[in-house]
Design a protein around this ligand. Structure first.
Ligand code: FES
Ligand SMILES: [Fe+2]
Length: 420
């Protein structure tokens, strides 16, 4: 099961499953100019090259020339295609060979792989599955908002996507590794939610399996007649939402394999109904909240990384300023997840009842991957199921939170944000 879940290359079970969904590739701004420099990008173990052609359309093609395997990174992006620097063979944005200077008659058989792309929410997305099975574009709330309302970054995480994503599903770790961060972080501090979270560390989880993924409902004591519920979702195959903190922006992640030992962790903050303020943007730019500072601009590798022990501060750990000695929500998470090794040895783990949600997510992914191989269509291809929203809400002690979530958190555009 671990092998199936963690291997995502071409023609693997999980790789085939993931290729049936739209995949975020990069920020549109990384290739902003027509005929500008092409960028290397790796997804699900495939080495690709992204570029914007003369007409402004995005190409995503195999990195390597069909002739003798030279990297097209060295090629020329000109006149609607990339021309290989070695012997001048040219490919268009879908990888179709459009010129073989030495033998024009052989053009047809020199094409390379190319994937369709769309641009949505300031990102380039691709679909790497069978052409006739392309699903509708993603419909997550943050995909459909004006640019001013959304803030998105990505970072490289140096481990398998599964153990990274499981951190996004497993909310029980928040009371430990993030314990001191929530008080200091400008995107979390100063809200009522923290009083409930701190007063009651014994969260009781209800987990609801739905066709599109999971709804996780965490119950803590509220006021006299109420429970405080933090409700969040995991959506097939790699989206997680974060329960909101008071008036602060909503948030979520996407966990996309680069290869089996690395993944892209996308982090998103957004308001459904108003722009992020310039002050908030400045804080996010500085790596606050769920974002990070980079080692070097454009590297997308966090400044705190395994080469510098994640800038661990043992004094801060002793003085209860950072639970693990590492600062920053993301760094706290990825330092622990990378410490498991590039692919966690799942055979050796001894799971607890608080791991129920990740066990359910694993089973659902595993089953979907096996089913696909038998010809059963994957779940959540109808993107309307993505129109859900996380919440933090006080409900009467006799209210059914699952029913409440169904009524108030799906088709979210028709509801206010529930957050205290
Ligand atoms: S290797 Fe690309 S044209 Fe020869
Ligand atoms: Fe975390």
């Amino acid at each position: 099961m671990s092998e199936t879940l963690t291997r995502t290359g071409a023609s693997t079970l999980m790789g085939d499953l993931m290729r049936r969904y739209w995949i975020p590739v990069m920020s549109s701004s990384e290739i902003k100019d027509p005929d500008g420099p092409q960028v290397k990008v790796q997804l699900l173990g495939e080495k690709l090259l992204a570029f914007r052609d003369t007409q402004g359309k995005v190409g995503l093609i195999s990195e390597f020339c069909s002739h003798r395997g030279v990297s097209l990174y060295f090629g020329r992006n000109e006149e609607n295609g990339i021309r290989c620097a070695y012997h001048g063979i040219k490919f268009d944005r879908m990888g179709k060979c459009i010129d073989v200077p030495a033998a024009p008659q052989l053009c047809e058989r020199m094409s390379i792989k190319g994937y369709p792309t769309i641009e949505l929410a300031g990102l380039v997305w691709t679909y790497m599955g069978p052409e006739e099975k392309m699903p509708p574009p993603p419909d997550l709330e943050w995909c459909k908002l004006p640019e001013s309302h959304v803030y998105i970054t990505k970072r490289v995480q140096e481990c398998n996507y599964l153990q990274a994503m499981e951190g996004g599903i497993d909310t029980s770790h928040v009371s430990f590794v993030h314990r001191y961060e929530v008080d200091q972080d400008p995107m979390h501090k100063g809200v009522k939610a923290l009083d409930y979270i701190k007063a009651d560390g014994n969260v009781v989880f209800t987990i609801e399996e739905l066709p599109y993924g999971l709804v996780l409902l965490g119950r803590r004591n509220g006021d006299t007649d109420t429970f405080y519920w933090r409700i969040t979702q995991w959506l097939f195959p790699w989206y997680t939402l974060i329960p909101p903190f008071g008036h602060h922006s909503l948030a979520g992640h996407v966990w996309v394999p680069i290869d089996d030992h690395n993944c892209w962790a996308w982090s998103i903050n957004f308001y459904p109904d108003k722009p992020l303020s310039s002050e908030e943007r400045a804080q996010l730019d500085a790596g606050k909240g769920i974002h990070v500072e980079y080692e070097a601009p454009g590297s997308f590798r966090p400044k705190a990384n395994k080469d510098n022990d994640y800038l661990m501060d043992r004094v801060a750990q002793k003085e209860k300023r950072a639970y693990s000695g590492v600062f920053g929500f993301s760094a706290q998470d990825y330092s622990l997840q990378e410490s498991m090794g590039p692919i966690q040895n799942h055979e050796n783990e001894k799971l607890l009842h608080t791991d129920k949600a990740i066990v359910m997510a694993r089973r659902m992914l595993h089953e979907a991957a096996l089913n696909l191989a038998k010809g059963v269509e994957p779940p959540a291809l109808d993107s309307s199921s993505q129109r859900v929203r996380a919440a933090g809400v006080l409900l009467g002690k006799d209210e059914d939170p699952v029913k409440w979530a169904k009524e108030h958190l799906s088709d979210c555009k028709n509801h206010p944000v529930y957050s205290i």
